[in-house]
Design a protein. Structure first.
Length: 127
């Protein structure tokens, strides 16, 4: 539609129980970049983290959401080489699944310390 304004999904809130533990996991183990960490008060802290190469970030913190820690499932990133990503995650101590080959992609799965669940997909071309 010619009159549509572009809407880009750029931030997803991920509920965690311990912001420092989650930030350490996402940066130190999952390989995300720490973009922003600002405590406005004891009740409000905003931490923005971005997967490598992604246009969409996640937000963790205090006072950001009413969602229960660990309640997110189905977060997904797409990569060029799932084997390489799996190897890196495992090397950094992430409990990551073996590679699953499915008709719509190759996947590995992991969860953050609260249980928020992620899928890592490598797209496959029908052969």
């Amino acid at each position: 539609m010619a009159d549509q304004v572009a809407m880009k999904l750029e931030l997803v809130s991920v509920p965690v129980s311990d912001v420092d533990r989650a930030k350490a996991f996402y940066v130190g183990q999952a390989g995300f970049t720490a973009d922003h960490d600002h405590a406005v008060s004891d009740e409000l802290r905003f931490v923005q983290l971005t997967p490598p190469g992604s246009a969409c970030s996640i937000a963790i913190g205090t006072g950001l959401s009413q969602m229960a820690p660990g309640s997110i499932e189905g977060l997904q990133v797409v990569v060029g080489d799932v084997d390489q990503v799996r190897e890196g995650l495992a090397k950094r101590g992430v409990d990551v699944s073996e590679v699953s080959d499915l008709p719509w992609g190759r996947f590995v799965f992991f969860a953050d310390p609260d249980g928020n669940r992620w899928a890592v997909q490598q797209l496959v071309q029908p052969g």
